[in-house]
Ligand binder design. Structure first.
Ligand code: CP
Length: 306
């Protein structure tokens, strides 16, 4: 990677991605590898999180480093008016790495411009979630045996879903075909569709979530409608349950189909899907640990032995 921070997946070349995925595979084989001894990482979570924060903190711990940070910004001096710049400069005094989630799009890039300490973007508003993309790519590679030439169907909140925005960029090296299924209010933004056009990526758009589409799919990527991004809660109420995946919708799906979801889920995957062997979202979250160990080593320029 050219930059030592990871703020957006478009910083990563195809070679970078494949190297990080290869290192994630090594960490899956041996997660307790003490390459961070003597180093301290900060997890600054200005927005709620379960998986991202805990898997990053587990990753640092398993690598032998230590973690400071917060998961509730109201307990910090930002509640007294401290600017993001000052918070980043202060934390930079104490640590070797900053992992940050923020509600403002561009916050991670801004942070990376005010400090020399590497920043990992753990999600900035509706913009990017590059570590999620890396674990999604790892999960796709693991379950499909390849990344190339796959049909990927993205369902739900494609407007505010930063994970789908990042995944389009991450998959752009591997000749995917996308199906975008969303209600009109939550369609994939023009920015991402223009990106697909520019890179020759095929995509189709639908408002109906049909078995015909599922049956032609290799990766079914379900997403939550993101209540916290809506300014009009009546609109949220109208669209929140528009697509629900039920087990009987999978009866004619491909053998290799796997269902991914960045989680948390609300209603969009019925609980009867959980026992279907094609449901992969719990293992996907587990893969986050290994992918994040590999990302931490990448930004800190730590070589991983076989
Ligand atoms: N997928 C994801 O970002 O989950 P959390 O919000 O729990 O971190």
């Amino acid at each position: 990677m050219k930059s030592k921070s990871l703020v957006s997946i478009d910083q990563c070349s195809k070679e970078d991605i494949l190297r990080i995925l290869d290192n994630a595979r090594k960490f899956e084989a041996n997660p307790n590898c003490k390459v961070l001894e003597g180093k301290v990482a900060a997890t600054l979570f200005f927005e709620p999180s379960t998986r991202t924060r805990l898997s990053f903190e587990t990753a640092v711990n398993r690598l032998g480093g230590r973690v400071i940070g917060f998961s509730d910004a109201s307990t910090t001096s930002s509640s007294k008016g401290e600017t993001l710049k000052d918070t980043i400069l202060m934390v930079s005094n104490y640590v070797d790495l900053i992992i940050m989630r923020h509600h403002l799009e561009g916050a991670a890039r801004y942070a990376s411009e005010v400090t020399d300490v590497p920043i990992i973007n753990a999600g900035d508003g509706a913009n990017q979630h590059p570590s999620q993309t890396m674990l999604d790519l790892y999960s796709i590679q693991k379950t499909q045996g390849k990344l190339t030439d796959l049909n990927i169907t993205m369902v739900g909140d494609l407007k505010y879903g930063r994970t789908v925005h990042s995944l389009i960029v991450g998959m752009s090296h591997f000749n995917p075909t996308f199906n975008f299924i969303a209600p009109n209010e939550l369609r994939m933004p023009d920015e991402q569709k223009n990106f697909c056009d520019k890179h020759g990526i095929k995509y189709n758009e639908y408002t109906e979530f049909t078995e015909d589409i599922i049956n032609q799919t290799d990766i079914l990527y379900m997403t939550r409608v993101q209540r916290e991004r809506f300014t009009d809660l009546e609109e949220y109420e109208r669209v929140k349950n528009v697509y629900i995946l039920k087990n009987d919708m999978l009866k004619n799906s491909r053998e290799n189909l796997r269902i991914l979801h960045p989680l948390p889920r609300v209603n969009e995957i019925a609980y009867d899907v959980d026992d279907n062997p094609k449901a992969y979202y719990i293992q996907q979250a587990r893969n986050g640990l290994f992918a994040r160990q590999a990302i931490i080593c990448e930004v800190l320029n730590i070589q991983i032995d076989n």
